[in-house]
Design a protein around this ligand. Sequence first.
Ligand SMILES: Nc1ncnc2c1ncn2[C@@H]1O[C@H](COP(=O)(O)OP(=O)(O)OP(=O)(O)O)[C@@H](O)[C@H]1O
Ligand SMILES: [Mg+2]
Length: 369
Amino acid sequence: MRAESLWKISRKASKTCRKFDKDCIKYEKTQMDSDVKVGMFLNSAQGILKMGLATVLITGARLWTKGEIDVFTYLVFIVCAATIYNPVFLVFNNLAELFFVNVRLRRFREMDQMPIQHGNTEFTPANYDIEFKDVDFNYNENKQVLKKVSFTAKQGEITALVGPSGSGKTTAAKLAARFWDIQGGTVTLGGQDISKIDPETLLKNFSIVFQDVVLFNTSIKDNIRIGKRGATDEEILKVAKLAGCDDFVQKMPQGYDTVIGENGDTLSGGERQRISIARALLKDAPIILLDEATASLDVENESKIQRGISQLVKGKTVIIIAHRMRTIANADKVVVLQDGHIAETGSPAELKAKDGLFCKMLELQMNKN
Ligand SMILES: Nc1ncnc2c1ncn2[C@@H]1O[C@H](COP(=O)(O)OP(=O)(O)OP(=O)(O)O)[C@@H](O)[C@H]1O
Ligand SMILES: [Mg+2]
């Protein structure tokens, strides 16, 4: 029976891989098509223009030898044709650029058409319990991402969201901070409906480590300082140590003043994640969302940082998302999502005792290791 369920899960994984391969091939084909079209357009335009120059040269030479024009007129025509060539070619180049600008403009328009979220800027909740009640959500009409999702993440507890890739974990965590408004049900914080609270006011209560870390092309110190405006260097150093940044920062030429490139591209995935954790530690908000916060770290670094994170989470509402089962071993409650609905919920021990999806995921990971 167990072998059968494991086989089902691995079959689903290989189906996902096949879909990914197919999407990559489709993307490659679209990209090549558009590059070929733009290339053909530019090269033809360049060819036609160059032919124009050649025609001026040949026709002019013939007219001059026949004595129909003098050498001065011939030279003036050559100079004009050669000077006109560059600006006209630039215009064609810009036309090609316009194709791409159009795509970007469409994205801007989509953003512009998104409804603006409003709400109360006065918000003092009685506690920091987050409650999802029958939440329905979709990004667009084609696909329902969350279906009647209900769970409570209590203050002082760690609530883990687990489930297969694409099951809606990140979406649920982001909805808790009102990244989007839901289509059905309610999300409350301390008993108050978050759709009535101003998004910025609400976000002040959240420390978030995203799955996709965003860093800026400035110093490590300033990247961490984003967590709390006006934080002192001592405060930054303290959280950086807790988040395990100190080891690699000390080896850098300018230490915490080292500039890390666009989105931290001079750093490894694990190093970028540690900076992001330091930022969240510095903010020290009452609600913590950790989405695959330690996924790029090796076991040794993950254990070190878990200690830092456990300092951060004391007495707070914590929602943690992780694929590695050992990362969520200390959770008080586990919510298992599958295809946008809750498959099961309970403490890790309760779920281990059942023969459900959580158990299968645990087993699959143990087999892998
Ligand atoms: N911004 C978006 N616009 C449209 N669809 C989205 C968007 N973000 C996520 N989705 C879709 O919503 C579904 C749930 O995505 P989500 O990121 O919540 O999954 P997840 O459980 O966090 O997956 P993973 O474990 O891979 O991080 C997926 O089908 C995904 O394609
Ligand atoms: Mg996710």
